[in-house]
Design a protein around this ligand. Structure first.
Ligand code: DLL
Length: 430
């Protein structure tokens, strides 16, 4: 793999500023953001008043813990536009979550918000090793989902040539990679595996493709998956994180030179980690639920938003801004199986360590006799795999490393449902 480390002179000065400078900027911006939310969004005025706090009470970052959290329910209760802090005609763009689990969450952006978003995404793409003039194959979905259009904005700002292919039509994805020869691909890691299958199905060598870096996010994925994808394509695989409620992709990004967790663009998004049960902030380094407060957003300021994503904060390395560890999972995706907490990423790790199995999987939960049962649905890497043996090996690895007994079904290659965007990992039949 080529060294893609960006030249430090091309970074935004704030990326390598001192911690003192970053904190001073955060305090100023946080005061503005809290007062903007309080003055312009009835929900925030009511919530701050009920908690007995006022934006003027904040003099240091640590004062933020006095302010109330915002949850997905709050956003739903204010559907569609009541969380907006500017008149509707100043909102240039609207995005929304898919709403498959309830009412969609609607978010809005002013012209300045779009400019800031493009800046943090451009920074992220540069951190992945992309440079002005490079070709980017953008396979995140275009539409209400923030992935496609969010990456596109940042690619424009960085001066890339973008192929806005969006998700789906996998044979065409492969053809355009072969014909256009992009340097980078932006895609969910699970869909990258579908693209990989298609390379193999067409008898093409993915390692011989032009791709030098894959920028993967929108769903949890493990370091084991990183190794698998890097080897399969002979390219770097880096992690990009974000959520619509905070802005979209580009909240934090892993640097290609270190691949040691994701630097949070702290000049725009202030992170906290809290104990999900008590709501109390925990110290940097401790695992808990990630909470974000926006520092510059005009249309849709967000105060102490509970992401439900679990991770921990670590000091900066390649950049001055703090890192978050790769997200292990969402608290919503945590399965409690006979008293043991399990995340799909743990199953992924066991699967990747098991020879003869393809990296595709789903987890089926059922309750045949009042006891929860988990079945891992996966498939053989190729016809040479002994499916029964491979299944036993995976079940015993899961028993040893996670401590739970599960059934494993190893199907023939191609049988597990493929992702076109975010993978559906859990099939809950209880
Ligand atoms: O998934 C934004 C995005 C698009 C990020 C493209 C990266 C690339 P939502 O649809 O609102 O936004 O979903 C946000 O997805 O709270 C996490 O649970 C999960 N997620 C996003 N990125 C990662 C990641 C986009 N790198 C939700 N690792 C978040 C783990 C991620 N989970």
């Amino acid at each position: 793999m080529k060294d893609l480390t960006p030249d430090r002179s091309t970074l935004d000065p704030i990326e390598i500023a001192s911690r003192d400078e970053i904190v001073a900027l955060q305090v100023d911006r946080l005061k503005w953001s809290l007062s903007h939310a309080y003055t312009n969004v009835p929900h925030y005025k009511a919530a701050f008043d009920a908690a007995g706090v006022h934006p003027d009470d904040l003099t240091a970052l640590s004062d933020l813990s006095k302010f109330p959290f915002t949850t997905k329910q709050d956003l739903r209760a204010n559907y569609p536009f009541d969380m907006f802090a500017v008149p509707r005609n100043q909102v240039k763009r609207i995005h929304a979550s898919s709403g498959t689990t309830g009412q969609p969450t609607v978010v809005g952006y002013t012209e300045n918000d779009l400019a800031n978003w493009s800046q943090v995404v451009a920074r992220s793409l540069r951190a992945a090793g992309m440079q002005p003039g490079d070709l980017l194959h953008n396979a995140y979905g275009y539409g209400l989902f923030t992935g496609g259009l969010g990456i596109h904005l940042g690619a424009d700002a960085l001066g890339l040539t973008t192929i806005p292919i969006s998700g789906g039509m996998t044979p065409r994805q492969v053809r355009l990679i072969e014909d256009f020869k992009p340097k980078g691909i932006t895609v969910t890691p699970s869909y990258a595996l579908s693209v990989l299958d298609e390379f193999n199905a067409q008898g093409l060598d993915p390692r011989a493709s032009s791709l030098e870096v894959g920028i993967f996010g929108a769903e949890p994925w493990t370091n084991a998956m990183r190794t698998e994808i890097e080897q399969a394509f002979d390219m770097h695989a880096v992690d990009i994180y974000g959520l619509s409620e905070v802005i979209g992709p580009g909240v934090s990004m892993e640097c290609v030179e270190t691949k040691d967790g994701l630097h949070i663009w702290e000049d725009h998004f202030l992170p906290e980690i809290i104990n999900p049960e008590t709501g109390e902030p925990v110290a940097d380094g401790e695992i808990g639920e990630l909470v974000f407060t926006s520092l510059t957003k005009e249309a849709f300021p967000i105060v102490r938003y509970r992401t439900r994503d679990l991770t921990r904060l670590l000091p900066g390395t390649a950049r001055s801004m703090r890192r978050m560890e790769k997200v292990t999972g969402r608290s919503d995706d945590m399965i409690i199986l006979r008293g043991v907490n399990v995340f799909p990423t743990q199953i992924e790790e066991c699967l990747m360590a098991s020879p003869g199995l393809a990296p595709h999987f789903q987890i089926e939960l059922s309750k045949p006799d009042r006891m929860d049962q988990m079945r891992v649905l996966c498939e053989a890497a190729d016809a040479s795999t002994n499916r029964a043996d491979a299944g036993k090996t995976l079940a015993s690895r899961i028993k040893q490393t996670i401590g739970i007994s599960v059934a494993v079904d190893v199907a023939n290659p191609g049988q597990v449902e493929r992702s076109q965007g975010k993978a559906v990992r859990i099939l809950d039949k209880r």
